[in-house]
Design a binder for this molecule. Structure first.
Ligand code: GLN
Length: 303
């Protein structure tokens, strides 16, 4: 199969779709990104790179980072995190407050915002510097030592982060945070503001396609934990659209409101896409379509 030709074809096919979505503007610093931009990168488990469009353009990871934060917590602690956060799809928007109240401060899964706050809180407890640990991991796995946050995005999110602050305070009232709310929020906002390209992101995710094996050949965690993390990515990684994403794309994946989506092709590699115009659930319109076309044409879904 000519993978390069396929990716080029897909980039052309999805270009008109940006008009159907809307760039996230609830974080004002994200609102200025042109909706029609698009990039796509496939990195195989042997490190070979294929790509189309703006595969080397950096974009704001936003919730995509949550896949990596969870990986680091699972690596440090095994799955004890699940005493404090569930692992069921939420069926609700990623920043919902209502569900958290019904469920007594225990978030439905680690990828909705409340669950990600608990996860970053745990990483803070195990490392003393959750953001620093995550950045170091992303740099090591991608081989790009300059990966960093965009301070303008981090400050913008902190300034407009009332909803995340409400989620964090609510969980603290149930004793479900180990660290002070303001410290947890600071690490959360900074991790979401990390900027990376599709090529870097796909490479950084390869441990997920290699059953836990890191770039340096060591094991981040067991094969069983890699399976578990991939399962949560499949069932919860695209919020209340996870069912539709599994139906259309059929891969474990994590999206973010910056327009990026990282997907895992177990045993084969990682495929990352970026298109900033989002659908109503906060997933990239062009990105989901590109992944749908890719797995339909290659047959490389997990099903
Ligand atoms: N930083 C964003 C927020 O907390 C992440 C949300 C997302 O990408 N879905 O709202």
């Amino acid at each position: 199969m000519d993978l390069q030709a396929l990716l080029d074809e897909i980039a052309v096919a999805v270009a008109p779709l940006a008009a159907r979505g809307k760039v996230a503007d609830y974080i004002p610093a994200l609102a200025g990104v042109a909706p029609g931009r698009f990039g796509m990168a496939l990195v195989t488990v042997d490190g070979e790179l294929f790509g189309s469009g703006e595969l080397h353009a950096a974009f704001s990871l936003q919730s995509v980072c949550k896949a990596f934060t969870l990986a680091l917590v699972l690596a440090a602690d095994g799955d004890v995190l699940f005493e404090r956060v569930g692992r069921e799809p939420s069926g609700n928007p990623f920043n919902s407050l209502v569900q958290l109240e019904y469920e007594h401060g225990v978030p439905r899964n680690p990828f909705i915002n409340a669950g990600a706050l608990v996860t970053v809180d745990r990483l803070l407890s195990t490392t003393g510097d959750a953001f620093g640990a995550l950045r170091a991991f992303l740099r090591a796995e991608s081989g790009s030592t300059s990966i960093d946050l965009d301070p303008v995005v981090a400050a913008s999110e902190a300034e407009h982060g009332h909803r995340n602050a409400a989620l964090a305070h609510f969980m603290a009232s149930y004793g479900n945070l180990e660290n002070p709310v303001d410290v947890v929020l600071d690490h959360y906002f900074r991790q979401c503001a990390i900027a990376m390209s599709c090529a870097e992101l796909a490479r950084a995710g390869l441990f997920l396609a290699r059953h836990g094996e890191r770039a340096d050949g060591t094991a981040l965690f067991s094969r069983s934990l890699a399976k578990r993390l991939n399962a949560i990515l499949l069932t919860c990684g695209t919020y209340d659209a996870a069912g539709d994403f599994a139906y259309r794309v059929g891969l474990p994946g994590k999206s973010g409101v910056g327009g990026g989506i990282l997907t895992v092709l177990p045993g084969r590699g990682c495929l990352a896409v970026w298109g900033p115009a989002l659908d109503k659930t906060g997933n990239s319109v062009a990105g989901v379509e590109a992944l749908d076309l890719f797995t339909t044409r290659t047959g490389w879904s997990i099903f």
